[in-house]
Design a protein around this ligand. Sequence first.
Ligand code: MLT
Length: 243
Amino acid sequence: MRVDLIPHHGLIDSEDLKGKTAVVIDILRATSTIISALENGAAYVIPVETPTDAEQLAFTDRSIILAGEKEGIKIKGFRLGNSPLEFTPAKVKNKVIAHCTTNGTKTILKCSGADYVLIGSLLNRSACLDYAGRLKKDIVLVCAGRKNGPAEEDSLCAGAFAEYLRQNYLGYSFSKISMDAYYLYKINAINLHDRVYKSPSGQNLIGMGLKVDIDFCLRKDVYSVVALYKNGVIKKIKNNEMY
Ligand code: MLT
């Protein structure tokens, strides 16, 4: 079995994902937010491409919560933005969330050709990869990236994922690009916060007064949520069920 990496969603070829497990990574902030929402009891998350898609869903079911960002800022008329800290149990427990973000939700939608699509973040790294390991398929770490290019924080997270797989699972070989991410992470692991603060996405969030979101998203292995995208929705896998 092999571990590979796609640096940003502009490079996804859904044919290449057939027969594989895709792990989508957009740690600042879409996938961290989805994992936090499910951890806090959201029923499920519907990733959508455009704000209009989300509004149409809410039109048919008024109880759906609209959430998401454009250029980092909450979309006008939506109840929640894209800060994981907003998705508290009081706001999301048992709720369905329609989620629209600049890169993250688009990346998830583009991965639908994979056999399995898991939502990855540092928050649920070990839970996500332990599940991926049990699926016994090639794993593709799919980074969302930004502005149609790679995003440093996603590459670092992919490297942390490669590290976990190397340490805990025998039997995977690693593509060169996934090993590049692994070394990038190893070199920066001690100064991860500083490196991410200085990245373009980090600077953007800091500029909006959201450094707290970065600190939240850089916590590793704190949630046991395994989140699977299937039939258009992202649900928490209960009791490690296999699908
Ligand atoms: C994205 O999908 O591009 C991000 O999650 C952006 C953000 O949260 O600001």
